[in-house]
Design a protein around this ligand. Structure first.
Ligand code: OSB
Ligand code: MG
Length: 370
């Protein structure tokens, strides 16, 4: 397939409410939307790199650099008939998974549109609805957190992921447990702790959590294995898993028992599907993480989460949990049963709201195939 033209739309989206994790507080979410064009059609992908290298080393600027100077020329030069060939075509660039994933997602969308098949089906999806959960950032105090969770529960979210960090952990989790004993609860530390915090994790182990996500180093597998050996609660890894090889190492070392899959973190949908397939074969449950995506990235995530191994609730919430005005029309809405519907139209199955996109665009760059 030949990409004729490619456009990078750099946007800045104001969040409905600030999102605070152990590594920082986000008020606005930047994104790069990749539009690939061929034969009058456009495919879309979203780059989830943040404004700074806090979650991972990539940023909007590193992604733009690597896309412009290396990945886009490679894509224009590449011969390919199926999007699963793309990771191989881009493999001379080491790392930069988020930049690669955005390019690949746009190609998946365009390819699936041309095939007349929904992206969900193209990836091997089987679900028509995916289970939606909500990730709740650090709040002012426990009362504010409980209020926020109660609001999300009224909206219909059935599983809550609480961000924790030193000073905002055990008391908070115990407080939520006491106020809302029946809520499905998990926590995400975003790498805020070390093995020195063993006592904390042993206490969290008694809180009835579905999982403890990425408690230790962002690149670590060995210490996580030592921690998992001491806990009944499954550890879920996010930041530590950037490749299929990382997942193999995690499983071999028993560094955790649940995998958070984000296409952006692992270099694209093709790699994400490969990780899903491996985990499914080994009966390791997976769920789809989020990066506060706009509707463009969300649609790709929802398609991915429709695969059969995604047996746990996902950090994929409705558009209005993130943004007052999404970039797609219609936006994603939460079904009364706490799910998001998987689009069935060809490709991502979304319609870009070009005027909404224009309002949040800070910069556009267009590239023509040589
Ligand atoms: O750890 O999943 C994370 C956002 C930015 C960076 C890292 C993470 C997140 C989220 C977002 O948790 C959750 C969502 O998109 O709903
Ligand atoms: Mg996480």
């Amino acid at each position: 397939m030949n990409i004729e033209r490619l456009v990078l739309h750099v946007v800045e989206m104001e969040l409905v409410s600030p999102f605070e994790t152990s590594f920082g507080r986000e008020v606005k979410r930047p994104a790069i939307l990749v539009e690939v064009c061929a034969q009058g059609a456009s495919g879309w992908g979203e780059c989830v790199a943040g404004s700074g290298p806090w979650y991972g080393y990539e940023t909007v600027k590193t992604a733009l650099h690597v896309l412009e100077d290396f990945l886009i020329p490679l894509l224009f030069a590449a011969q390919w008939t199926h999007p699963t060939e793309l990771p191989g075509r881009l493999s001379s660039v080491r790392g930069h998974q988020m930049a690669k994933a955005a390019l690949e997602a746009a190609c998946w969308d365009l390819w699936a549109q041309r095939e007349g098949v929904a992206l969900s089906k193209a990836l091997g999806g089987v679900k028509s609805e995916i289970e939606s959960g909500v990730s709740v950032g650090v709040q002012q105090d426990l009362a504010a957190l409980i209020l926020a969770i109660e609001g999300y529960r009224r909206d219909g979210y059935r599983r809550v992921n609480i961000k924790i960090k030193p000073g905002w952990d055990l008391d908070i989790v115990q407080g939520v447990r006491k106020a809302l004993p029946e809520v499905s609860l998990q926590v995400d530390a975003n790498s805020a702790y070390t093995l020195e915090d063993m006592k904390l994790f042993q206490a969290l182990d008694g809180c009835g959590l579905l999982m403890i996500e990425q408690p230790l180093g962002h690149d670590d597998l060995v210490d996580h294995a030592a921690l998992q050996a001491q806990l009944r609660t499954p550890i879920c890894l996010d930041e530590s898993l950037k490749t299929l090889d990382d997942v193999k190492a995690m499983l071999a070392l028993d560094s955790g028992r649940i995998v958070n899959i984000k296409a952006g973190r692992v270099g694209g949908l093709s790699n994400a599907v490969a990780i899903h397939d491996l985990c499914r074969k080994q009966s390791v449950p997976v769920w789809c993480g989020g990066m506060l995506e706009t509707g463009v990235g969300r649609a790709a995530n929802v398609a991915l989460a429709s695969l059969p191994g995604f047996t746990l609730a996902n950090d994929l919430s409705a558009s209005d949990r993130y943004y007052h005005q999404d970039l797609i029309d219609p936006p994603f809405v939460l079904n009364p049963n706490g799910t998001l519907s998987v689009p069935t139209e060809p490709g991502l199955g979304i319609h870009i709201d070009r005027s909404a996109l224009k309002r949040v665009t800070t910069h556009v760059e267009a590239f023509k195939a040589p």
